[in-house]
Design a protein around this ligand. Structure first.
Ligand SMILES: Cc1cc2nc3c(=O)[nH]c(=O)nc-3n(C[C@H](O)[C@H](O)[C@H](O)COP(=O)(O)OP(=O)(O)OC[C@H]3O[C@@H](n4cnc5c(N)ncnc54)[C@H](O)[C@@H]3O)c2cc1C
Ligand code: SF4
Length: 556
C-alpha cells in the first residue's frame, strides 16, 4: 500500500451522515465554498486522482506532479480538519468515476468547474440531478460584472472591464478616482533588465513522503510524458503555497512594475511571482492575494501593475471563455471543433503517436478558430529541437525545464513567432496547455487564441501582438549570444514584414496597424519578395526539424 494511502487511512473519520462535495483538481481550498462555511464534521469530500485526465495530452511531468502532490496533500489536510475524505483513483472520465460513488454518498454538490472540459464531462450527472452545481466562490467577479462592464457585448476589452471592476470594488480608488490619477501605469512598466537588481533566486520547497511518492509514480507510470521533473521545486502543500507567496511579496513585487516586460536567458521569471499554477488550482486565493498586495508598502506602479494582472486580465479571460463557450460561439459564427484533444505536435516530434486510450468524443478537443487562416503545423523547435533562433531555443528550453515562463516570453517570443509562421492557433494552444503547469482551458485558450495569435480577430484585443527582432532585442538578452544580428540579418524581422504583407486583406481596416501598413507599402518590392523567401525557407527548415543559420538565409 502506498505511503499516502496509509497516512490517509489513519486520519479517516466516520463518513456516515455527511453532505458530499466533489472537489476537482483545481478547487483545492478550504477558504471558499462549503469547506469554508460549513462544519467540517458534517462534510465529506470526493477527490479523484485520474489517469484518464493525465493521459489526454502529453502533459509536462512537473504539471502532473504539481496536481497530484497538491491533491494528495489536500486530502490529508482536510482529513485533519475532520472532513470525511473519499479518495478515488480512476482511469475514466470524471462523470463515470463520480457516478460510481453516488449510490453510497447520495446526491453530490460541487462549485461550478472553471474548466469547460470538466463541465462537459459532468453534464450528464448534472442533467440527471445527481450533481448540484453551486457558484464557484474562488473568483473576484461574476459573469454579471463582466456583462455589465460592457452592455453592448463583444468585442470585449480588458481595460473597460478593469475600469468597471475598480469602480465597483473601490480597489485603488479614492473618491471615485483612480489612485495616482490614472487607471494603468502600463507605459511606465517597460524597462529592460541589465542585471541589476539581481533576479531573485527561485525558491525550493521541503521534500515530503507524499511528493517523493508522486515523483516516483510519475517517473514509473508516466515516464513517456515530456519535461523535467524537479522534486525540490515542487510546491505541494498549503504551506509551500504560502512560502511561494511570501517569496513573491518580498523578492519580486518591489520590482514587478518596471521590469514586467523584460526577458532574460538567465531567469525565466525575473520579478514575476510564479504563482499562476497555484492560483489556478486555488492553493492561493485571488482575493487574498489582492488584499495582501493592497496592504503592502510598494511603489504604485508595481502595485497597480500586479493588481491589474490578477483582478483584470485573469478574471477577464475567464469571463470571455465562459461567454463564448470556449470560443465555440463567436460573433462571426461557429468555428470548427476538434473531435479529440490535440497533442500540440508531440507525435511529429517524437515520431510516434500519443496513445489515445479513450475513444468517446465528449469532451472534445476544443474550438479551432483561425481568423488569419493560419494552419501550419507547430515546428519541432517547440519541443526542444534546436532552431538556431536563440530567443526561441532559450525560452523553449526554460519551459521544458520548469513548466513555466513569464508573460512576455509567452507572448512576444513563442506566440509571436508562431503567428509570424502561420502556425495553427489550435495546435499552438494545445502545446501551451501541455507544456505549462498553469494551463487550463479557460485561461490557455483566451490567452493563446485571443491574445497570442489573433485567432478570434478583435474579439478581445485590438490587434495581433506581433513584432520583429527589435522588440526582442530591446527587452531581452537573447540576441547577445545568437547566430543572427538583431539589427542586420535576423529573420524574425523579415517574418514580421512578410506576415503583414500576407495579411494585408484581413488587417486592412485595423486602425492600430495603419501606420505599419503604410510603412510596408513603402518597403521596396525586392525586399518584400525577400521577406516571403525568408518565411518559406525558415518555415521549411523548422518543419524539417533542422537548424536555421545565417547560411540558410536566401540570397537577397
Ligand atoms: C500565449 C500565452 C499563454 C498563456 N497561458 C496561460 C496559462 O495557460 N495559464 C495562466 O495562468 N496564464 C497564462 N498566460 C498569462 C500569463 O502569461 C501567466 O499568467 C503568467 O505569465 C504567469 O506567471 P506569474 O505567475 O509569474 O505571473 P505574474 O506576472 O507574477 O502575474 C501575476 C498573476 O496575474 C495573472 N495573470 C497575468 N496575466 C494574465 C493573463 N493574461 N491571463 C490570466 N492570468 C493572468 C496570473 O494569475 C499571474 O500569476 C498566458 C499568456 C500568454 C501570452
Ligand atoms: S537575433 Fe533574432 S533570432 Fe536571434 S535572439 Fe535576437 S531576435 Fe531572436
Amino acid at each position: 500500500m502506498s505511503a499516502f494511502k496509509k497516512m490517509l487511512d489513519k486520519k479517516l473519520s466516520d463518513s456516515s451522515g455527511r453532505r458530499w462535495l466533489f472537489v476537482p483538481y483545481d478547487q483545492l481550498s478550504d477558504g471558499v465554498g462549503p469547506l469554508a462555511k460549513e462544519d467540517p464534521k458534517s462534510l465529506g469530500i470526493i477527490l479523484v486522482e485520474n489517469t484518464w485526465k493525465a493521459a489526454r495530452r502529453p502533459y509536462h511531468k512537473q504539471k502532473l506532479a504539481l496536481i497530484l502532490a497538491n491533491l494528495r496533500n489536500f486530502a490529508l489536510e482536510q482529513a485533519d480538519r475532520g472532513v470525511a475524505v473519499r479518495y478515488v483513483v480512476a482511469h475514466e472520465p470524471y462523470g463515470n468515476a463520480i457516478e460510481k460513488v453516488i449510490p453510497e454518498t447520495g446526491p453530490i454538490r460541487m462549485m461550478t468547474p472553471a474548466e469547460r472540459e470538466l463541465r462537459a464531462d459532468l453534464r450528464g450527472l448534472v442533467n440527471r440531478g445527481d450533481l448540484e452545481l453551486i457558484p464557484h466562490e474562488g473568483w473576484h467577479t461574476t459573469s454579471k460584472h463582466f456583462q455589465e462592464s460592457r452592455k453592448k457585448g463583444p468585442p470585449w476589452r480588458m481595460d473597460v472591464f478593469y475600469r468597471y471592476v475598480r469602480q465597483q470594488t473601490g480597489i485603488l480608488m479614492e473618491k471615485g478616482k483612480p489612485l495616482g490619477g490614472k487607471l494603468s501605469f502600463d507605459v511606465e512598466n517597460r524597462r529592460a533588465w541589465k542585471g541589476a537588481p539581481p533576479a531573485p533566486e527561485v525558491p525550493t520547497f521541503p521534500v515530503d513522503p507524499i511528493k517523493r511518492e508522486v515523483v516516483d509514480l510519475i517517473e514509473s507510470g508516466f515516464s513517456h510524458h515530456p519535461g523535467e521533473l524537479d522534486l525540490h521545486r515542487l510546491p505541494g502543500t498549503k504551506s509551500d503555497a504560502q512560502n511561494l507567496w511570501s517569496w513573491a511579496k518580498s523578492e519580486c513585487l518591489p520590482y514587478f512594475g518596471p521590469y514586467q516586460d523584460a526577458m532574460s536567458k538567465g531567469s525565466s521569471s525575473l520579478f514575476h511571482t510564479r504563482i499562476s499554477a497555484l492560483l489556478n488550482i486555488h492553493r492561493l486565493l485571488p482575493a487574498e492575494i489582492v488584499d495582501d498586495v493592497l496592504g503592502m508598502d510598494l511603489p504604485l506602479q508595481s502595485k497597480e501593475g500586479f493588481i491589474r494582472q490578477v483582478l483584470g486580465w485573469r478574471e477577464f479571460v475567464y469571463h470571455v471563455h465562459q461567454a463564448t463557450d470556449g470560443f465555440r460561439t463567436l460573433p462571426t459564427g461557429k468555428p470548427p471543433v476538434a473531435e479529440k484533444p490535440g497533442d500540440g505536435g508531440y507525435s511529429r516530434w517524437a515520431g510516434k503517436p500519443w496513445p489515445d486510450k479513450w475513444s468517446r468524443k465528449d469532451p472534445d478537443g476544443g474550438a479551432k478558430p483561425s481568423f488569419l487562416g493560419a494552419n501550419n503545423p507547430l515546428p519541432q523547435a517547440f519541443w526542444g529541437t534546436e532552431s538556431g533562433l536563440n530567443c526561441l531555443d532559450q525560452v523553449v528550453s526554460q519551459v521544458w525545464r520548469e513548466g513555466y515562463g513569464h508573460h512576455i516570453t509567452r507572448l512576444m517570443v513563442l506566440a509571436n513567432l508562431a503567428t509570424l509562421l502561420d502556425i495553427s492557433p489550435r495546435e499552438l494552444t494545445d502545446w501551451f496547455w501541455i507544456a505549462y503547469s498553469d494551463a487550463f482551458d479557460w485561461v490557455v485558450e483566451p490567452n493563446v487564441m485571443g491574445m497570442g495569435t489573433y485567432a478570434v480577430g478583435d474579439l478581445m484585443t485590438t490587434k495581433p501582438y506581433t513584432s520583429g527582432a527589435a522588440y526582442i532585442h530591446k527587452m531581452g538578452d537573447f540576441c547577445e549570444s545568437c547566430l543572427f544580428d538583431a539589427k542586420k540579418n535576423c529573420p524574425i524581422t523579415n517574418l514580421y514584414w512578410g506576415f503583414l504583407d500576407r495579411q494585408q486583406e484581413s488587417l486592412k481596416n485595423n486602425p492600430r496597424l495603419r501606420m505599419m501598413m503604410a510603412t510596408l507599402r513603402r518597403r521596396n518590392t525586392s525586399l518584400r519578395q525577400y521577406d516571403q523567401k525568408v518565411f518559406q525557407r525558415l518555415s521549411k527548415t523548422l518543419k524539417d526539424g533542422t537548424q536555421f543559420t545565417p547560411d540558410s538565409l536566401p540570397k537577397p
